[in-house]
Ligand binder design. Sequence first.
Ligand SMILES: Nc1ncnc2c1ncn2[C@@H]1O[C@H](COP(=O)(O)OP(=O)(O)O)[C@@H](O)[C@H]1O
Ligand SMILES: O=C(O)C1=C[C@@H](OP(=O)(O)O)[C@@H](O)[C@H](O)C1
Ligand SMILES: [Mg+2]
Length: 179
Amino acid sequence: MNDFLKGSNVYLIGMMGAGKTTVGKLLAAQLGYRFMDTDAVIEQVTGLPIAELFAQSGEEAFRQMESQVLAELCAYTRLTIATGGGIVLKRENWGYLRHGIVVWLDVPVEQLQTRLQADTTRPLLQDADPATKLQALLEQRQPLYAQADVHIRYDVAETSEEVAKRAIEQIKQALKPSV
Ligand SMILES: Nc1ncnc2c1ncn2[C@@H]1O[C@H](COP(=O)(O)OP(=O)(O)O)[C@@H](O)[C@H]1O
Ligand SMILES: O=C(O)C1=C[C@@H](OP(=O)(O)O)[C@@H](O)[C@H](O)C1
Ligand SMILES: [Mg+2]
């Protein structure tokens, strides 16, 4: 089923709330891959929730840990990796992401707001005006997300399983040799 990837990892990028962790688990199952989540690895290693890490050590320290985790994971094969929404910010991280197939889950900011309206786990959203903050982050990052190999545009009618299935189809298309 997944020999078309020849063991290459699949990295999911996109804004917080885009569904990288949710779809990533389903995509891994459909590919017969293992699922990893860079945030979960950081929380496991530090024993702290991301929000606590930001509060204690600051965003820069978190970004350094994020790069270290990505560097470790990119040495493995047959992984579907859900990254944190800010992974695209550091050029160094693109060196690791390019070891595999980079898939952008592109979800409109209104849908992100709906999904994250009650969220307290994402420190960058603990803001007086989270909607404006989300919009500003998306505008800043969109050109970076757009460097992905595969662009999965949101379809309101799709379940997360169907998003994962479509991602496989679009990855196959992207890997087809251009004639
Ligand atoms: N297709 C979807 N429709 C509605 N809610 C979704 C969908 N995909 C994910 N969610 C919800 O949105 C929130 C963020 O999903 P998550 O997978 O953690 O995103 P990310 O890892 O990109 O931040 C979660 O509460 C999740 O249940
Ligand atoms: O967008 C961001 O900068 C972040 C997204 C989060 O991950 P999710 O994208 O899984 O929410 C997490 O890495 C941290 O809160 C920073
Ligand atoms: Mg996530």
